[in-house]
Design a protein around this ligand. Sequence first.
Ligand code: SF4
Length: 285
Amino acid sequence: MSDPITIVRAEVLGYCMGVRRAVEAAEQALLDSPIRPVYTYGPLIHNPSALERLRSAGVVILAEGDSLPDDFRGASVVIRAHGVPPETRAEIERRGARVIDATCPRVLSSQKRAEAWHRKGYAVVLAGDRDHGEITSIAGSAPGCVVVENPADVAGIDPCPERAVLISQTTIKQSEYDAIAQALAARVADLVVLNTICPATQERQAALEELASRVDGILVVGGRASANTQRLFATARSLIPSSWLIEGPEEIPAEASSLARIGITAGASTPDEVIDAVEQALQKR
Ligand code: SF4
């Protein structure tokens, strides 16, 4: 009989605080109103199995930008971790739905700070992906704000304000944010740079680096559409060539079983039960 595989989990992996809160809010809404519809405004999470599980439990997932059903009366609508602009929330309430706000506290803080600086008369500049739900939600709190995705975009700000505050998307890379801040500082005399980057991504990356020093191969568990899972996979590959991105236990490659020590990490949108299923499948081998 061959030696059993040693399985090591990364110290930090899987759901971040904001995603866990949003999924739990949807589950609680189903329990609280079993006969009324529960909607989420946009997918709560970039993970196909988690979305399927919510759908089969009765949650209706509206695509962001979808027109809202005419009669929302009595329905519950869960706002996901990215948040929504105030006018979207008002529209949901106007249609008679109950809003369950699962906006991540970190995103909520960015929204409040954007609004406060806007009131003080500062131009608000947001650094991030202009099509991302989080950026759209923060932009809604600071009318007239500008979104920049890279330092080149900063050159295009016209007219350039005399005083501005720079706020980052929570998942932007620190190096990208620093480059944008530097470009903006060269143009704006009175610039306030707020650091609103969430440590969740960095913590998972650091735990992965530590894990790589202890194993011969790594399974990165998560949805292929999840940006932070893809980033974890790129790091894993750069550290150990025998690394694979899998969405569930059925995708564990045969080569993984031939390794003596295998590590597991998972993106911030990967449910606990999928991580557990991968570990159990490895144990059976
Ligand atoms: S990554 Fe950070 S900011 Fe984004 S939802 Fe998770 S905890 Fe909140």
